[in-house]
Design a binder for this molecule. Structure first.
Ligand code: SAM
Length: 207
């Protein structure tokens, strides 16, 4: 978020935003650019309830209920259109969310549709769980916990995660594991960070 805001992005669409915690997207954006516009989107109604309470009195930030599998409805949503001008650069965040979309729902097609809607200079941020380094099956076992949950997890390998950035230019340091993507100087990097359970990357749309 800091990278995106410092790059000059002033509007953010956070799809699969999750429950509000500390250091929310709009809080970080506003540290760099007060007035930056943020739309949070999540399929879960509870996120909407918490989000609305948290955001009362912040007109440039809103939360809507939406399902990434019906991406057209999100892109056309009146609240989204009120705050996001797709003719100007926007950052779309899909963080720890795309692994909840199975191959049958065409997650790459969903991201491609988002890319089509973006103006040049827009950015896409993705993080995604992987089993690439899962030598002791811990990630697979954790994924199995979701088998009976509302959403199942699809672990994807590096090439499938990289394909989300088709049509984007990856910004430095490229597609890395989560902890290696521009770590905060004060947070440190965990041991074996290069073999972590999650990939992360940011792409820039050039034309
Ligand atoms: C692990 S949380 C990630 C939250 C936040 N983006 C983060 O990185 O901390 C995943 C979120 O994606 C949401 N989600 C799952 N499937 C979704 C879908 N099809 N459309 C929108 N949100 C979805 C879940 O409800 C959940 O809040």
């Amino acid at each position: 978020m800091r990278f995106l805001a410092e790059s000059g992005i002033r509007q953010f669409l956070d799809i699969g935003s999750g429950l509000p915690t500390q250091g929310n997207v709009h809080e970080i954006a506003h540290q760099v650019a007060p007035g930056a516009r943020v739309v949070y989107v999540d399929v879960e109604p509870v996120v909407l309830t918490h989000g609305r309470a948290l955001l009362a009195g912040t007109p440039e930030v809103t939360v809507i209920q939406g399902d990434a599998r019906r991406i057209e409805e999100i892109l056309d949503d009146a609240e989204v259109r009120r705050l996001i001008d797709f003719d100007r650069p926007v950052a779309v965040l899909m963080l720890a969310m795309l692994h909840f979309i199975g191959d049958g729902d065409d997650p790459h097609g969903i991201v491609a549709r988002v890319r089509e809607a973006m103006a040049p200079g827009s950015h896409l941020a993705v993080s995604h769980v992987t089993g690439d380094f899962d030598t002791d099956s811990r990630v697979r076992d954790a994924g199995a916990v979701y088998e009976k949950a509302t959403y199942q997890i699809t672990l994807r390998g590096r090439s499938d995660v990289a394909r989300f950035f088709d049509g984007f230019e990856l910004v430095e340091p490229g597609l890395t594991t989560l902890s290696l993507w521009r770590p905060d100087s004060d947070s440190g990097v965990p041991a074996n960070a290069e073999r972590q359970w999650c990939y992360a990357g940011v792409g820039r749309k050039v034309d």
